[in-house]
Design a protein around this ligand. Structure first.
Ligand code: BES
Ligand code: ZN
Ligand code: ZN
Length: 487
């Protein structure tokens, strides 16, 4: 783990391996040795003139001087440039095994400082649990020279550390293989984390309780598995909270999705260990919100199950009665996410949420539509849609609004049951329209289809292969906004 120390005084630059500073006027950052300051000033001037535009990381003075220019990145905001700069700096520091790095950031705006810190933390994440020889790492100390900004920076550093710790939890869960992170194991993690977060309580329903209460979506999907499905409800009830707002975060938590009897093809099926990314993000976000003491009531609802084949598995054509009384024909057992979410959304109604966000790796269609860099979302409320995009921008997560097109809703009608889980066009819109059938009246709702953005199969921005942790930071920003703080 990296260590962050905020200093109010200008400190002695001896024994420091690298210096890093941000200038107000430019969107990049640099690291230099005391001797190299003049040299780097020259490079900065060149970059400002656009001469050295293609510079990435430049070692100017042996191990002591590093120059970072993230400005060449396409399609990312200036704050994201700073995240990239922090990230690259962090990688460099690791590679060079620097122990002490000084950041001169008194000129940085709060959000710039925050972005750099996020980048540093991203560089520090790796998932090495399964490596027989984990990489050797030093624990670098980053001393931040903040001058009169020390108090503000302390607060930001504290918040970023919490967010990144919870993001790390989310990514670890997603990166853990399906046979190790079973529904059973997931609830143990949820219990452990709920105990660490202040004012958070947890309620868990197993298969017997689900059957007693009619949560048949989870039971239907979980039938083929040897593990019980679970509905986990975590409640964060702060002492001081906005009276009229209660945010429910509902996460799809398929610890593995084989497709069931409508079996998936073998190629790439291993990626379906990430089909619980929505639930992981929901757990991480509520823990972060509680530890950040955000003044808003939040309920996180995790819909945990494993979609397997076997003699007990649900058959195509089977019909079950969902928690809200509607009957559903399971046309395709691979469209299981919407079935488990029907229970999660019903639970959000039972706890009287005013706002519901559901996160789900729901459709291959969304992957094809928007790819790995943009999360498509659907909302039944314009203000909520705007807030999501703004919160996403503040978190370097891109969101794009998709239509809840009524014209397609007829495809959800079944001959025998009220609904089928899979119409002819089987797209992302239809999946969202299916979920809308389970939204309690009058509740503001948005569905985030994170199928493309939760897990990457090539390194992207500050993420290596695997989990991105998508959604966690935007959820935190959104909770801040709903609780009364502007993001
Ligand atoms: N978990 C998948 C969706 C998915 C695909 C997530 C690719 C991440 C990457 C989901 O359960 C699924 O299989 N959806 C089907 C639905 C179809 C059968 C209506 C799909 O999109 O193909
Ligand atoms: Zn599926
Ligand atoms: Zn799935």
């Amino acid at each position: 783990m990296i260590k962050i120390k905020i200093e109010s005084h200008a400190s002695d630059k001896a024994n420091v391996h690298a210096l890093f500073f941000v200038k107000k006027s430019v969107q990049f950052s640099s690291v230099l040795s005391p001797e190299g300051e003049e040299q780097v000033e020259n490079v900065l001037t060149e970059i400002e003139k656009g001469i050295s535009d293609d510079l990435d990381i430049m070692v100017i003075d042996g191990h002591a001087t590093i120059f970072v220019n993230a400005a060449k990145e396409r399609g990312i905001s200036s704050l994201d440039h700073l995240r990239m700069a922090g990230y690259r700096l962090g990688l460099r520091v690791q590679k060079k095994q620097f122990k002490m790095v000084k950041l001169l950031l008194a000129d940085a705006a709060d959000e710039q400082f925050k972005a750099i810190l996020h980048g540093l933390y991203y560089s520090d994440y790796s998932f090495e649990k399964y490596k027989s020889k984990p990489k050797k790492t030093v624990e670098p100390i980053y001393e931040i020279e903040a001058q009169d900004r020390a108090k503000d920076f302390e607060k930001i550093a504290h918040e970023v550390a919490i967010e990144q710790e919870c993001l790390g939890l989310c990514k670890d869960l997603i990166n853990t293989p399906g046979s190790d992170l079973t529904p059973e194991e997931f609830i143990h993690v949820a219990i452990r984390e709920s105990h660490r977060a202040p004012d958070v309580s947890i309620k868990i329903r197993n298969d017997k309780q689900l059957a007693r209460e009619g949560f048949n979506g989870l039971l239907t999907v979980g039938k083929g598995s040897r593990y019980s499905p679970y509905l986990v409800t975590l409640s964060y009830t702060p002492k001081h909270a906005a009276k009229d707002k209660h945010l429910a975060i509902v996460g799809k938590g398929l610890t593995f999705d084989t497709g069931g009897i409508s079996l998936k093809p073998a190629k790439g099926m291993n990626e379906m260990q990430s089909d619980m990314s929505g639930a992981a993000a929901a757990l991480a976000a509520i823990c972060a919100a509680a530890r950040l003491k955000l003044p808003i009531r939040i309920t996180a609802i995790l819909c945990l199950a494993e979609n397997r084949i076997g003699s007990k598995a649900v058959l195509p054509g089977d019909i079950f009665k969902a928690k809200n009384g509607k009957t559903v024909m399971v046309d395709n057992t691979d469209a299981e996410g919407r079935l488990v979410l029907s229970d999660g959304l019903a639970e959000a109604g039972l706890v009287n949420a005013t706002h519901i966000i559901d996160l789900a790796t729901l459709t291959g269609a969304m992957v094809r539509a928007l790819g790995y860099a943009i999360t498509g979302f659907f909302a039944n409320d314009d203000q909520l849609a705007k807030d999501i995009i703004i919160a996403g921008n503040a978190s370097s997560e891109k969101f794009w609004p998709m239509p809840l097109e009524d014209e397609y809703a007829d495809e959800l009608k079944d001959k025998f049951a009220d609904l089928t889980n899979c119409g002819k066009s089987s797209g992302a819109i239809l999946a969202a329209l299916f979920l809308r059938e389970f939204i309690p009246n009058g509740v503001k709702w948005a569905h985030w289809d994170i199928a493309g953005t939760a897990y990457v199969t090539k390194p992207w921005k500050y993420t290596a292969y695997g989990a991105t942790g998508i959604g966690v930071q935007t959820l935190i920003e959104l909770a801040r906004k709903l609780g009364g703080e502007e993001p």
